[in-house]
Design a protein around this ligand. Structure first.
Ligand code: FE2
Length: 350
């Protein structure tokens, strides 16, 4: 039987309340707007970090994927719905969803199988499960197009932040594996420059190009997998070098100002910078491991600024309009700063 996806009236009310909360919170934020981001939250274990995120009083939050884990074989929608039902009982997460405007993107473990891409057959069912869990309204654009990509503008006039969440799963071609996996730099995948392979798919590429032409002073582009990191052979945009270059070229061609990349997936936190990318330097903050970070992680350093964060953490983007600067900060479960960088807005312009 074909499943109908009807948003209960209460969900629509909650969504409307969340939109109103957005306008209020941005007013309350004054000269400082705070956006939080995090990924990789196992629904089966305690999640005290949500209370820490809430105490940071974010104006906006990005659920960055692996928002639940449901990728055991054989995959089933029931397994995914069970995972979401358990996540719904995490009071901190529920409170954040109730009180802070947000966008949600998936990664592999709430999309399908580990590292899966376009080939995953359950993706439509998984998408509707996500949209229902996060209470997206029935007329939301993501319900009627392929993929989960989305964009929002916060603020107005000279204080506009654009948030773009890219879907790097739905359309993504098969990645190439090395003959001998596990070696540094080719742990699981090697670069594949086949011109027919895609990360975003043509429809999403065209949509992104149009989005980048919309006026905004700051643009946060969220990609589950890392864009700038070069020093490992796990999932990253560098697995498809032509697509990685196309992203940098698209940012440059559209003359999109104020781009900052955000990512997750790796179970580490880190900051990256690529000087020749935009035509202004591009920064990326990877934030992954709300409930389980990779304590023994190591990674060669091209493009990385400073150390890896190996403790559970989330990311904070603090936009200070009065000082014209943006701070990127990785914070632990107690709210302590583990790694931070402050970028003048003028450095995010060509
Ligand atoms: Fe994860």
């Amino acid at each position: 039987m074909k499943r109908r996806h009807i948003i209960p009236a209460t969900a629509a009310v909650l969504y409307a309340a969340s939109q109103a909360a957005q306008a209020q919170s941005l007013q309350r934020g004054g000269d400082m707007w705070r956006l939080t981001v995090g990924s990789c939250a196992n629904q089966k274990i305690a999640q005290p970090i949500w209370q820490t995120i809430l105490s940071d009083k974010p104006d906006f939050h990005i659920f960055g994927g692996d928002n639940v884990y449901a990728s055991d074989r054989p995959w089933s929608l029931a397994q995914l719905q069970e995972a979401y039902a358990l996540a719904a009982k995490q009071e901190g997460m529920a409170q954040l969803m109730r009180s802070v405007p947000f966008m949600a993107m998936w990664d592999d473990h709430d999309y399908g199988f580990n590292d899966s891409g376009a080939e995953f057959e359950g993706k439509q069912a998984a998408k509707l499960a996500l949209l229902d869990f996060f209470k997206y309204p029935e007329n939301h654009a993501t319900r009627t197009r392929e993929g989960l990509y989305d964009a929002r503008i916060l603020g107005e006039g000279q204080r506009r932040i654009q948030i773009i969440t890219l879907d790097t799963r739905w359309f993504r071609s098969t990645l190439s594996r090395p003959l001998i996996p596990g070696l540094p730099g080719q742990e699981r995948y090697i670069p594949d420059s086949s011109p027919e392979k895609t990360m975003l798919g043509e429809a999403q590429w065209q949509w992104l190009e149009a989005q980048l032409k919309i006026p905004a002073q700051i643009r946060l582009i969220y990609s589950g997998i890392q864009v700038l990191a070069l020093g490992h052979g796990w999932e990253r945009w560098g697995n498809l070098p032509l697509e990685r270059q196309r992203l940098l070229d698209t940012i440059a061609r559209t003359k999109a100002q104020g781009v900052i990349l955000l990512s997750g997936d790796r179970h580490i936190g880190a900051l990256y910078k690529e000087n020749i990318a935009a035509p202004y330097p591009l920064w990326e903050m990877t934030s992954s491991g709300l409930t389980h970070a990779w304590a023994n992680a190591s990674e060669a350093g091209p493009n990385r600024i400073g150390q890896l964060v190996r403790a559970n953490h989330y990311g904070l983007v603090a936009v200070n309009w009065a000082k014209s600067e943006v701070q990127l900060q990785l914070k632990d479960t107690q709210g302590r700063s583990l790694h931070a960088i402050t970028i003048p807005m003028k450095d995010l312009q060509s």
